[in-house]
Write a protein that binds this ligand. Structure first.
Ligand SMILES: Nc1nc2c(ncn2[C@@H]2O[C@H](COP(=O)(O)OP(=O)(O)OP(=O)(O)O)[C@@H](O)[C@H]2O)c(=O)[nH]1
Ligand SMILES: [Mg+2]
Length: 422
């Protein structure tokens, strides 16, 4: 990755320099206003942008510059002949491996055919048991167990299960970051349903947990559902990847179907925020509306009534910021008829996640998007939080690349992520 600092007299001029050097794949890492020289504050402020790129900057910048003129771009087709397409088409033609499809192909269907379906009838019971454990969090966070002192026999509640295998299973599930009570419920469930041979067989056990976890969760696929205009808003704490995920979703939608898309942002909190979305809008040739008030949002919806999909970016809000939450509710309350997806960084601590969801419930929440799954192996929240909050998962994001690093949430994939097999 190359990182470079760009400086100019205005945000627009600085962004132009970033685009010219790094092209459309540039990542805007930070922006700030600087004053230099002996006169300090009296100097005219300049804008500094720190940007980064992972690919060949010359090639991408050249491609972008040519597309910005709206003239057809010459690209080498897969057959080796030249063909003229516009940038929007080029974007759609990017080869994106469907992770779910390739995952399904890779699965051992034979093995999955084994008959554990009778166990699924019991899952409602298990769901209820896990929800039952949704007690208010203790005021003092539990201390993590010191490494290597987790002697199963020393744990009285574990002893009650009466099986060393179950004890080990509980520890194993906890090591995968599952909440204590969820780990114990799942392990006991396995203990009740499986015979000793099955419990001793790691492959069988693995398949059992994959299927059990898959069946416990609910999934939503907002881009694929329903007729009529879709209005998807991404909300969440600061820096979790909302804007990047908006760009990924727009690209994914354009790749899948020939729909009309507009990008809105109500993130006018920081000077560079609308610019970040504008860059993505430029790249995909999509209209971008910067919205300053709930009234303007209504007007913009009316102006874009011809669009199939409107993606709405919002500013990151600390869940402690009650004023910010009220502002958000004024934009995205039930009247706005938006589907609000809460984006959460997967590595966030469990108690914080619970507090964040509680705060964002000021607006109607349709589903959860777990971002940055590539940054942590501690992914128990993918199971605990949706179960306890009774919310479906719609997407996972697994990197900074736009549009590639997004996965539609799908049962096996999510279960594998939770069990650390992805
Ligand atoms: N590793 C990793 N980084 C990501 C992912 N999604 C986004 N990022 C990075 O996280 C940083 C913040 O992303 P943004 O999309 O600007 O986050 P945001 O939620 O819009 O941030 P605010 O608008 O400031 O609240 C950027 O550097 C992104 O490239 C992901 O799935 N994995
Ligand atoms: Mg943002």
């Amino acid at each position: 990755m190359q990182v470079k600092v760009f400086e100019a007299e205005s945000m627009a001029a600085a962004l132009k320099k970033v685009k010219a050097t790094f092209g459309p794949d540039a990542l805007i890492l930070s922006t700030r206003t600087i004053r230099t020289g002996p006169l300090g504050l009296l100097q005219r402020p300049r804008i500094e942008i720190t940007a980064a790129i992972e690919e060949d900057p010359v090639e991408t910048a050249e491609l972008y510059n040519r597309s910005a003129t709206k003239r057809p771009v010459k690209v080498q087709s897969e057959k080796g002949t030249d063909e003229s397409i516009d940038y929007r088409q080029l974007w759609r033609k990017r080869k994106v491996i469907d992770p779910v499809e390739s995952e399904l192909q890779a699965m051992d269907r034979q093995a999955r055919g084994e008959d554990i379906t009778s166990l699924r009838a019991e899952l409602q019971e298990l769901k209820a048991a896990i929800r039952e454990l949704n007690r208010p969090a203790p005021s003092v966070p539990p201390q993590p167990a010191p490494i290597n002192t987790a002697e199963p026999a020393a744990r009285p509640n574990v002893k009650a299960s009466g099986s060393e295998r179950i004890e080990r299973l509980i520890l194993d599930l906890k090591a995968r970051d599952l909440d204590d009570s969820t780990a114990e419920t799942l392990a006991r469930y396995a203990g009740e349903r499986l015979n000793s041979h099955q419990l001793a067989d790691p492959n069988y056990l693995n398949r059992f947990f994959l299927d059990t976890i898959s069946d416990l969760l609910r999934f939503a696929s907002p881009l694929g559902d329903g007729d009529g205009q879709k209005r998807l808003a991404l909300v969440g704490p600061t820096g979790v990847g909302k804007t990047t995920t908006i760009a990924k979703l727009a690209a994914e939608y354009l790749r899948q179907r020939n729909g009309r898309v507009a990008l809105f942002t109500i993130d006018t909190y920081r000077i560079a925020a609308p610019e970040q979305l504008r860059i993505y809008g430029d790249i995909m040739n999509l209209p971008v509306e910067v919205i300053y008030s709930p009234e303007q949002l209504r007007t913009a919806f009316a102006a874009h009534s011809d669009k199939d999909l409107i993606l709405i970016d919002t500013s990151g809000r600390s869940h402690h910021d009650q004023t910010g939450m009220s502002e958000l509710a004024a934009f995205l309350g039930p009247d706005a008829r938006t589907e609000n997806h809460l984006v959460l960084a997967t590595g966030t601590r469990g108690r914080d996640l619970t507090d964040i969801v509680a705060s964002f419930r000021r607006i109607p929440l349709a589903s959860l998007i777990f971002s940055k799954i590539d940054e942590t192996r501690q992914r128990g929240a993918l199971l605990d939080l949706p179960l306890r909050q009774n919310l479906p998962i719609s997407y996972l994001t697994n990197g900074q690349r736009v549009p590639e690093d997004i996965l539609a949430a799908e049962p096996t994939l999510v279960a594998e992520c939770i069990l650390g097999q992805q």
